[in-house]
Design a protein around this ligand. Structure first.
Ligand SMILES: NC(=O)CCC(=O)C(=O)O
Length: 272
């Protein structure tokens, strides 16, 4: 997407509650919040949704509930992006491809054109994802704006520093993270997001859900963290829209100040 917008880019995170097993209801609910976000006085350039917003973790019924080839979700996301001229990073949905179900993110530019698709690489055993879902197989980056490359991760993926580092080495200046991350691991969430931002000197933009499903209570605390590790915006535990601004120059400034990428020693590391 190249539209020569003056920076900063204005980002809004849709920190929504999600009803388990109710894709249509969730879509309608998100549309209300997303419309509220785009009608704000300062219109966002980019909207980001939470993880698995269509079904929640209704994993026992996921074969019946997942969106076949993501068709319903993609049509809706694309229409919304084009109608409101906003880039839309569609969190993720349960996507059914043949017999497999993936936890998949779709990304649309402000014309409603698809610019990226990512399926979660690391399945979270504590929530039984490994029993019901199939893992993705590739890294994904896309152009957030003309000078701004973004990479994507979904929730549990942020526990794997190799992923964010690979994206940063591939040119990403921003890491996008939709999530359904529950209590009691708020400390892990905040610390891991901050670590990924500081170690990779990149923006980390993370949209978590709120509300309770079964035994899990999701704490929100969606965050926008800058490449110096400063928190630009952080949600509460309530449903809300979390907004902040980002500029590509800050990434270059931080990387020039402490040249971590030049000082790496890949000749010594044994990490595969
Ligand atoms: N949906 C997820 O991947 C949850 C990850 C999580 O809660 C964690 O602690 O990691």
């Amino acid at each position: 997407m190249t539209h020569n917008k003056q920076y900063p880019l204005n980002i809004s995170l849709i920190q929504a509650d999600i009803t388990i097993g109710q894709p249509e209801q969730n879509q309608k609910h998100l549309e209300i919040l997303m419309t509220q976000a785009v009608l704000a006085e300062k219109k966002p350039d980019v909207l980001i949704l939470p993880e698995m917003w269509n079904t929640g973790y209704a994993l026992e019924q996921i074969q019946q509930l997942a969106d076949p080839n993501g068709q319903v979700s993609q049509a809706w996301l694309s229409d919304f992006a084009a109608k409101h001229s906003v880039m839309l990073i569609g969190g993720s949905v349960a996507e059914k491809v043949g017999d497999q179900v993936y936890n998949t993110m779709y990304i649309f530019d402000r014309n409603g054109e698809a610019v990226g698709k990512y399926s979660k690489l690391h399945l979270f055993r504590l929530m039984d994802e490994d029993k019901h879902l199939t893992a993705g197989e590739e890294l994904v980056t896309f152009e957030l704006d003309s000078d701004f490359q973004a990479g994507v991760s979904i929730c549990y993926d942020i526990r794997f520093p190799e992923l964010a580092r690979s994206l940063a080495l591939g040119g990403a200046k921003v890491l996008i993270v939709p999530a359904q991350w529950p209590h009691p691991r708020l400390h892990h969430w905040r610390t891991l997001l901050m670590a990924r931002a500081i170690e990779n000197q990149m923006y980390v933009i993370a949209c978590n859900r709120v509300g309770t499903s079964g035994n899990s209570t999701f704490f929100g605390h969606s965050m926008i963290i800058d490449p110096w590790g400063e928190i630009i915006a952080e949600g509460t535990e309530a449903e809300e829209i979390v907004t902040g601004e980002i500029v590509p120059e800050l990434v270059d400034e931080v990387r020039n100040r402490i040249p971590v990428f030049e000082d790496r020693r890949p000749d010594i590391y044994s990490v595969k």
